[in-house]
Design a protein around this ligand. Structure first.
Ligand code: COI
Length: 540
């Protein structure tokens, strides 16, 4: 009997080991990034505890270098055989491990790696949003400055950031200086920064940023400091007297999520982005390994959306995670959402909508001149086709005669509207009466969507009014303009005409309703008050 019990206990232990998933996490422990590595390790262990204790994670030290990472992998294989998956931190390390893991058939998951170069494209999954996405946001903010200094780490992350900023901001960058993050000798560079008297200093920096900020401020350089995702480190708040006012781009996750609470109660400190990302990476890996062999993991991740500590994370077809980004700042010694960003998004959206409208307006003016020889016929067909094709947001282009009857249309698929008299429409009446260009208010089209119509009068060679040409905006015009822009922010954007008509809202059913008169808003008085203010004041 005793023998049987011993055998069965052995079998249980054996079967546990047989099914364990071996994972190697190569993190930069002995380096300037050691606190990041420790936080990632804590988060990985928390995820294993929360979701699966069959994941056997071994942690090895990359020492923050490519060679160190490759040695760590060799070491692991010598000791334990091949792992099912390799997790690595830092862009330059992911770039180095991509070919090595691909050639050995090991699944590779990169964290803390915003800027990687994949020699093997369909291999590495990355949980960090690409630096190019973050850069779009940051550059838009930086455009307001004319004398920019960039102080960056001399690694792949820093160098790629500098290249991207150079492309976008060109001659506005008056000085770019690199530093070795392990050396921590910044005095000479700070002197050079002071010499150009910049308006803003961009720090592509992480654990060193607090010390650099201190030296900059102590040197009497009173400038706006700007940073990127890895800058949100606890040291920045410990030295808040020097870092106060820093503006930086950062993922906009839900700060009330449960992982943060669990992490804090287990480890007695709050995780930063690095811990949250490591946690999500590990949880997703646990789920992936439950259903797949390591060879199938890349395809399993591709196109998936997870809801994790970082919020909704979608992995694109390159294997890169995407999630919202926003601006944050250090205010009163705390990391908080930056208020200015809402005005920035609104201004950017306004400018882009105006650019589309201005293009429609100037193209219509040209087309109206060209149509002076006639609003129908072969030549007219070519003109309206060109007008439609050159305006991305055109739903259709039509010509109307002097009675407001539709005489020509492109695309031809909509030919059933030919002969339709639309002279009852307020803006058609206006153009017939004034023979001047008009823009409609939002109206419900024959096709059943809310749209705008831009019209230009057409005169023949004797200056006689012979009709008009119009562009009708596409139903998804505003959605196309807006949704991408706010995808990075935890906000919704709505567009209201000054008469209260909602021309765009994330809830499609609200488009076309009137904020001032539609019953569904009766219980939302403060929203109505806000709408009234919006209809009176152009800004604020
Ligand atoms: C990155 O490479 O994107 C990182 O965040 C690395 C980190 C160790 C600063």
């Amino acid at each position: 009997m005793r023998k049987i019990i011993i055998v069965s206990v052995f079998l249980i232990i054996f079967s546990v080991n047989l099914f364990a998933n071996k994972v190697l996490a190569i993190l930069p422990f002995e380096s300037v990034f050691k606190e990041i590595a420790e936080e990632q390790k804590d988060a990985i262990l928390l995820a294993v505890e929360d979701y699966d204790n069959r994941l056997e994670v071994v942690f090895k030290d990359s020492k923050g270098s490519e060679e160190g990472a490759i040695l760590a992998l060799d070491d692991y294989i010598r000791e334990y055989g091949k792992p099912e998956a390799v997790i690595s931190c830092a862009s330059w390390i992911a770039t180095a491990l991509n070919p090595v893991t691909a050639e050995q058939g090991l699944f590779h998951l990169a964290i803390g790696s915003a800027s990687i170069d994949r020699k093997y494209p369909n291999h590495t999954i990355r949980m960090t949003v690409d630096e190019k996405t973050e850069e779009e946001l940051l550059s838009y903010y930086l455009l307001q400055y004319n004398k920019i200094a960039v102080f960056y780490m001399n690694n792949e992350l820093g160098e790629n950031w500098l290249n991207a900023l150079n492309k976008k901001l060109g001659s506005k960058i008056k000085l770019s200086l690199s530093y070795n993050p392990e050396k921590r000798d910044f005095n000479n560079s700070v002197k050079q920064i002071k010499a150009i008297d910049p308006d803003v200093v961009v720090l592509i920096s992480s654990s060193n940023a607090a010390e650099i900020s201190k030296l900059i401020k102590q040197a009497g350089i009173n400038v706006q400091l700007v940073g990127t995702r890895p800058i949100e480190r606890p040291e920045m708040l410990e030295m808040a007297e020097f870092t106060e006012g820093l503006i930086y781009t950062f993922p906009s996750f839900d700060t009330g999520n449960q992982m943060l609470e669990k992490f804090e109660s287990k480890y007695q400190y709050m995780p930063t982005f690095f811990g949250m990302e490591a946690y999500d990476a590990t949880v997703s890996l646990i789920l992936g390994l439950e259903e797949n062999s390591p060879n199938d993991l890349f395809n399993w991740y591709k196109g998936k959306t997870f809801i994790g500590a970082l919020g909704s994370v979608t992995v694109d077809r390159n294997g890169d995670a995407n999630y919202p980004y926003m601006f944050k700042e250090i205010k009163n010694g705390k990391f908080v959402m930056a208020d200015f960003q809402y005005a920035l998004i609104l201004e950017q959206t306004k400018q882009e909508i105006m650019a589309v409208f201005n293009k429609m307006d100037s193209d219509l003016k040209i087309a109206a001149k060209e149509l002076s020889t006639g609003i129908t016929g072969e030549k007219a067909d070519i003109i309206i086709k060109k007008l439609h094709n050159f305006n991305k947001f055109s739903f259709d282009v039509v010509t109307l005669d002097t009675t407001g009857t539709i005489r020509n249309v492109f695309p031809k698929d909509y030919s059933d509207i030919l002969g339709e008299n639309v002279s009852e429409r307020e803006y058609v009446k206006r153009i017939i009466e004034t023979q001047k260009p008009v823009i409609s208010k939002a109206f419900e089209t024959l096709e059943g969507f809310v749209s705008f119509d831009f019209q230009y009068p057409i005169f023949d060679s004797n200056d006689k009014y012979i009709g008009s040409v119009s562009i009708l905006t596409k139903p998804d015009f505003f959605a196309d303009m807006i949704e991408d822009k706010i995808a990075s922010f935890p906000v919704e954007l709505c567009i209201m005409q000054t008469d209260g008509i909602i021309v765009y809202d994330i809830n499609k059913e609200e488009i076309g309703l009137n904020l001032f008169t539609s019953d569904i808003y009766n219980d939302f008085l403060s929203l109505r008050q806000l709408g009234r203010k919006m209809s009176i004041y152009p800004q604020g």
